[in-house]
Every structure is written in structure tokens, then in C-alpha cells.
Design a protein. Sequence first.
Length: 121
Amino acid sequence: MSQYLLSVHHTPDDPMLALTPEEVQPVFEAVDRFNKMLMDQGIWVFGGGLHPIEASTVVDGTGDEPIFTDGPFAESKEWMGGFWVIEAPDLDAALKLAAEGSKACQGKVEVRPFQDEPPAA
């Protein structure tokens, strides 16, 4: 089994961002059902929603002293709003699950495989 990152992305014109708490509740419930399905099938590794992009902090520890900057790393018209890490037998299975996750969260989902672990020394 390989691990895949299924990331949910938003844009400024994303209709989800304009929903009231009452309107977004069915989406949360659909995502909860999707999460439970992943757990029940034993393919859930980790997942979660993220605070808005404005809550991010960039840490640059490449110099003598770390530098902390408020806001996102890159100015972008798109940002990640949440994610799942799953285990799936292959990319086709991961894509099928991403389609289900996309339907549940009412957003686009990007699928990226994790790099293989390096061999033990």
C-alpha cells in the first residue's frame, strides 16, 4: 500500500466560503461520513481541516536566526483548506477515493503520492 495526500483547495470565488454555518453543516456531515468510511476500511492515516490562510505563519530557519512572517508563504489565488492522508493500493484507487472526498466536501481535491521511503542503512 502506498500513501497519498488528498488536498482540498479553495479559491476566493469558491461558493463554499459564502455559506452560513447552517448551510455548510450538510457538507461537514458528508465529510464526517467520508472520514468514517476511510477509517472503517482501514485506509485512513490522518486528515483535517485548516484554519483560513490568513492564520498561517512562515518560518525561515535557513539563516543564523529564524525569521517568522505572518501570512502565507506565497501570494496565491488558491490555497489548501484541508487534507487527508490515506493508504491505497495504487493511484487508481486513490483517485476513486479523491472523487468521493471531492463530492463530500464540495471542493476540488488534488492527489499526490508520497515519496517511497529510502532503504534502511
